[in-house]
Ligand binder design. Structure first.
Ligand SMILES: C[S@@+](CC[C@H](N)C(=O)[O-])C[C@H]1O[C@@H](n2cnc3c(N)ncnc32)[C@H](O)[C@@H]1O
Length: 117
């Protein structure tokens, strides 16, 4: 996922990853690889920001049913996603991380990649 981004050929002041991570297959530790592939595309001082839908959030029966159906169909892959794992995945690649719960979702920002060239 986002394995070869070398062809992009430029960097960005900000990169948005909104409502994406909960769709990527695997555990949050696997999704950290995608975060790591985005980190080198930021300019110095840049920010990776986004939102996602972890499963360790309060949700009503309708949302729970939607979660279950979407995971069964492969639309979502977030049954193992939680806020702590999201925070850990971001901190694996960034020095400044903020993760906040927002209703049934989570928002995040990450700055200062650990491997700035
Ligand atoms: C809910 S949409 C969000 C789109 C956009 N970020 C927005 O906020 O409008 C989820 C996005 O994740 C992408 N996506 C799902 N699985 C993916 C994967 N395995 N690798 C890369 N992108 C994926 C889909 O193509 C889709 O664009």
């Amino acid at each position: 996922m986002f394995g070869d981004l070398s062809g992009i050929g430029r960097r960005f002041d900000s990169i948005g990853a909104n409502y994406l991570l909960h769709c990527l297959p695997g555990a949050m530790a696997d999704k950290a690889a995608a975060i790591g592939n985005l980190a080198p595309l930021l300019n110095p001082g840049g920010v990776l920001f986004g939102s996602t839908l972890p499963t360790d959030q309060p949700m009503n029966a309708i949302a729970r049913r939607l979660w279950t159906t979407y995971n069964a169909r492969g639309v979502f892959s977030n049954q193992q996603d939680d806020l702590e794992g999201l925070d850990r995945a971001l901190r694996a690649h960034f020095n400044e991380v903020r993760v906040e719960r927002l209703g049934t979702g989570a928002t995040f920002t990450a700055r200062v990649p650990k491997m700035l060239p």
